[in-house]
Design a protein around this ligand. Structure first.
Ligand SMILES: Nc1ncnc2c1ncn2[C@@H]1O[C@H](COP(=O)(O)OP(=O)(O)O)[C@@H](O)[C@H]1O
Ligand SMILES: [Mg+2]
Length: 322
């Protein structure tokens, strides 16, 4: 008689699962097929609101749903992350003026091809941005904390091969933001404002809601505008560094014209009136959207049918209460 391999142990003898498994699995599979057939979508179960506290509660719940699928690993998670990185790179560089389409962006990232008629700099912007995403993911894995060194490293990557003199350095001239009423502070103040900025981070990193912390760091950084160029992309990467550090998926600000306008306007409101609420709400809504998109894909994947108990139970509950 051969020895028993653990993976050959019949399911009902496994500790903890016992007889519960078949019933639960059946329920999962039915919910998965409902999601796949678009019989409901998560945005309906977590409806829109303009109340920041309500959305933050939804985010907490969606986060628990996502956590119930951990560990997040496997081929489909890799594909999902790859897709999120492509869309994020496309949107963040498009906001900045890059003219490559989403498909072209994906080709440059994945196949290293060059796109006819597009400048070398536009290619570098895509490659650099993807490299910077990998950098922040690595920093999260290594549990590196956010500080001046890390910020300058990210900026260095963003302007690499494009503007080597200014890459990874605070600016030494005054700048304007085109189309904006906000005039960034004189370069003479940048160093000390950035010290205050990192002090704000240290004082708040363990007490502020992580989504609000990510929004504040984004907003405060672009408002100081410490770099000659690349402030927007770098700030969005810092926001995502903080989100990833807290187990959230990457949050993307769409380059679609109307949404880009909302983004600029909400920044302008905080700069002109000192009111950060509009921008915070904008980011909180974005973070919720990303969680929903991520969960929709994960939960619809059959491979995960033995995970996600909290999610499936929660969805069932929300459908019942509808
Ligand atoms: N009032 C504002 N209106 C528009 N953009 C603003 C405003 N304040 C700050 N910004 C930021 O400035 C960024 C553009 O600055 P820039 O240094 O050119 O960054 P990048 O080259 O990465 O776009 C925008 O993406 C936005 O994040
Ligand atoms: Mg720019």
């Amino acid at each position: 008689m051969g020895y028993l391999k653990p993976w050959l142990v019949p399911k009902n003898e496994e500790k903890g699962h016992k007889t519960k498994m078949p019933e639960t699995k059946e329920k999962f599979l039915k919910l998965i097929s409902n999601i796949m057939n678009n019989e409901f979508n998560l945005s309906e179960l977590f409806p829109n609101s303009n109340d920041q506290d309500i959305i933050l509660e939804q985010i907490e719940d969606l986060k628990k749903c996502l956590d119930s699928f951990r560990p997040l690993e496997g081929r489909h998670i890799e594909k999902l992350d790859q897709y999120f990185d492509e869309v994020y790179t496309y949107d963040s560089t498009t906001i900045e003026g890059n003219t490559l389409t989403l498909q072209e962006t994906a080709l440059v990232i994945n196949k290293g091809v060059t796109i006819g008629g597009k400048s070398l700099n536009e290619h570098f912007e895509i490659i650099n941005h993807k490299e910077a995403i990998d950098y922040i993911k690595d920093a999260v894995k290594k549990k590196n904390s956010y500080n001046k060194r890390l910020l300058l490293d990210i900026h260095q990557l963003i302007l690499k091969n494009i503007n080597p003199q200014d890459a990874g350095k605070y600016r030494n001239i005054d700048v304007f933001i085109s189309g904006s009423e906000h005039k960034p502070p004189t370069f003479l103040q940048v160093e000390s404002l950035m010290e205050d900025y990192f002090k704000y981070y240290e004082d708040n990193k363990d007490i502020l809601n992580p989504v609000l912390l990510s929004a504040e760091l984004h907003n405060r950084l672009v408002t100081i505008h410490p770099f000659i160029d690349g402030n927007g992309r770098t700030s969005r990467l810092i926001m995502n560094l903080v989100l990833l550090q807290h187990g959230f998926p990457i949050t993307n600000i769409s380059s679609r014209n109307d949404l880009r306008e909302d983004y600029y306007k909400s920044l302008e409101t905080s700069q002109v009136n000192g009111n950060h609420e509009v921008f915070n709400l904008f980011i909180v809504k974005n973070a919720k959207e990303s969680l929903i998109k991520y969960l929709e894909v994960i939960s619809a994947n059959g491979e995960e049918s033995e995970k996600g108990l909290y999610f499936y139970n929660r969805v069932e509950e929300l459908i019942k209460n509808k």
